[in-house]
Design a protein around this ligand. Sequence first.
Ligand code: NAD
Ligand code: TDX
Length: 329
Amino acid sequence: MLVTGGAGFIGTNFVLRIAETRPDWRVRVLDALTYAGNPDNLAGVADRVELVRGSVADAELVDRLVGESDVVVHFAAESHNDNSLDDPWPFVETNVLGTYHLLQAVRRHDVRLHHVSTDEVYGDLELDDPQRFTEQTSYNPSSPYSATKASADLLVRAWVRSFGVRATLSNCSNNYGPYQHVEKFIPRQITNILQGVKPKLYGQGTNVRDWIHVDDHNDAVVTIVEQGRLGETYLIGADGERNNREIVELLLDLMGKPADWYDLVSDRPGHDLRYAIDSAKLRAETGWTPRYRDVRAGLEQTVAWYSGHEDWWRAAKEGAEATYQRLGR
Ligand code: NAD
Ligand code: TDX
């Protein structure tokens, strides 16, 4: 199995979980080791997982590695909305061109592909909309990040239909858990509190995200690789809708701070209001179901992980906060 982006947040958790639950699978990671990738994450499985440093936008390298694989799981991406508003080009290069090169390679070598994507391709919902996103929802991305992920999804669908590529797609909601970069919402707030700094809420903190533990996402990806119908898209979600202020209040409570100990900061341009996933198709077809049903318990585990891994995040924290200071957030 070739795992692209296997040294990032979700990819690391995926590779560690595969090593634990599928000991007979041979795994190779292709990762450019950008600011978001950390090779130390995979040190504990280095005897079983080969890490190749390189870009999915390198057509020759991708062709060789895909030709030596039976299945590709494609996590590699530029993944942070705020960065995509600051400098969109790496998002176009990695997310669009990188996916194109992978598609050409899996087409040439007839290799099975699973493409990992996001619910952000569907745009956003009103706070009081009773609907949630389904596989039938129209694409309507808002940010450069989500537009490049939507572009990649459409390329995969076209390669399935026009060239018979053997691929599945999944669109998941917001993940949380160990190894997430401190630029992202939950780790940023946990590490702020650990450093005695108030959490930062964009706007009024009323935007809603549908939270899922990273292990539940990855179990769903394995399930789709093993049982998914070729050409199909599956939405992955764990019924975890909370607004950002509620998440910060939970973290403050878990970490022994007053409920109003946060700052409201300037909003993200074009900030999507609400995401919400209906994962009925995946559940009905495969029996997959999330194991982390209690967001508070999942956050408690995540707080414990960041509390115990300051060496892992300290340097990245400085860089991320310097960027936020420049952006005024
Ligand atoms: P991340 O930023 O933590 O990790 C991305 C990884 O990709 C890093 O290791 C990075 O070095 C690598 N990478 C970047 N550019 C590359 C390139 N050109 N070639 C090879 N590797 C490259 O991201 P993440 O949160 O782990 O997200 C992984 C995937 O899951 C992405 O495709 C993202 O769109 C999708 N996704 C994420 C979430 C979420 O909540 N984080 C939700 C749904 C879907
Ligand atoms: O300091 C902050 N304060 C704040 O209020 C940060 C960093 C974020 N926010 C808000 C913005 C969002 O409403 O929190 C919410 C979550 O923000 P992010 O962690 O940046 O995630 P989001 O923009 O929702 O996108 C995430 O989920 C979908 C991932 O980064 C994407 O890769 C994934 O596709």
